[in-house]
Design a protein around this ligand. Structure first.
Ligand code: NDP
Length: 297
């Protein structure tokens, strides 16, 4: 298939790399050097503009920080936007973890050009993208979902059609707010236990053999914090954005969310303290500093 891809960031890059192995891929990235390096690596074609990605493409995937960036790339400047190039019958798959109300607006605008749209955010991290084992949560019509499935299967293992346009973004934001909740809960739990004489390794061994465990306790903290490796795979700024989307969604639908409200506030403060490039797991550094302990071992 003629496939376009926009946004070769931390997770976009490994997804696009898998697509390049099976389809004719044309890419565009804001920083053109990244697109060129990707093309040198994979044989993909570099487009001069988002419009050029759309021209002749059957499917275009976007993987950008948030929905405003997707809307800006669709609109472009001086007629070079993706929407300008898309032809009737094309399909846009938005892998961005974005905003449900924005995705509904985008879908309506594209429908006027007879272009289909799915919100299809992913979970499973950069390693899951490279391995083709991502979870994909899709919002949109049955017909568009059926068309997208062979493309999503190139990088996804569990692919769920979760509802109409916007449903994928809603689920992704709420899911990521649970990760944030676990990061804060475990930061408090493990620093408390360290000061009470239980080593972080011993505490996690017991928690992970019991019912309080989570992905954060089983994988993220043992592999990244206890080892002091702190790899940067998913920026804290992006998790902050996701939790903000979940908080706004809860307000929109009229659900009171005091716990998430507090997590959102703390996470935003952490993002400001740790900076734009910090990884989401580095939230634990704040707990370490505050308690005066190191969660290693
Ligand atoms: P990165 O910050 O690594 O990459 C962002 C990408 O978007 C880059 O290609 C960047 O281009 C491009 N970009 C940023 N701003 C603009 C703009 N204004 N106009 C055009 N392009 C722009 O993010 P990730 O790849 O980590 O994340 C992408 C999406 O996937 C986010 O929604 C994130 O929440 C989600 N996600 C990320 C996961 C992860 O593990 N990293 C896991 C699951 C979901 P440039 O090269 O020029 O900076």
């Amino acid at each position: 298939m003629e496939v376009g891809f926009i946004g070769l960031g931390a997770i976009g890059h490994p997804i696009a790399k898998r697509l390049a192995e099976q389809h004719r891929l044309t890419v565009w990235n804001r920083t053109v050097e990244r697109a060129q390096a990707f093309a040198d690596e994979t044989g993909a074609t570099v487009a001069a503009s988002p419009k050029e990605v759309g021209t002749g493409a059957e499917v275009v995937l976007a993987c950008l920080p948030n929905s405003p960036e997707v809307e800006a790339v669709l609109a472009g400047t001086n007629g070079d936007g993706l929407a300008e190039g898309l032809e009737p019958g094309a399909l846009v798959i938005d892998l961005t973890s974005g905003i449900p109300s924005s995705s509904k607006r985008i879908a309506e605008d594209l429908a006027a050009k007879q272009v289909a749209y799915l919100d299809a955010p992913v979970s499973g991290g950069t390693s899951g993208a490279a391995a083709g084992t991502l979870t994909v949560m899709v919002g949109g019509s049955d017909e568009a979902f059926a068309r997208a499935l062979p493309i999503l299967q190139v990088f996804g293992k569990r692919i769920e059609h979760v509802g109409p346009v916007g449903a994928g973004h809603a689920l992704k934001a709420v899911h990521n707010s649970l990760i944030a909740l676990h990061l804060f809960g475990l930061g408090e739990a493990l620093t408390t236990l360290a000061k009470a004489g239980v080593t972080p390794r011993k505490a996690l061994d017991v928690i992970n053999a019991s019912n309080g465990k989570s992905f954060v306790s089983e994988r993220l903290i043992p592999e990244r914090v206890l080892t002091r490796e702190w790899p940067r795979t998913f920026r804290l700024a992006l998790l902050d954005k996701d939790v903000g989307i979940a908080r706004d969604l809860m307000a929109d639908v009229g659900v009171e969310a005091p716990v998430l409200g507090l997590v959102s506030k703390l996470l935003h403060e952490a993002a400001l303290t740790l900076g734009d490039e910090a990884d989401h797991v580095e939230v634990l550094r704040i707990h370490e500093r505050r308690a005066g302990v190191e969660l290693s071992g």
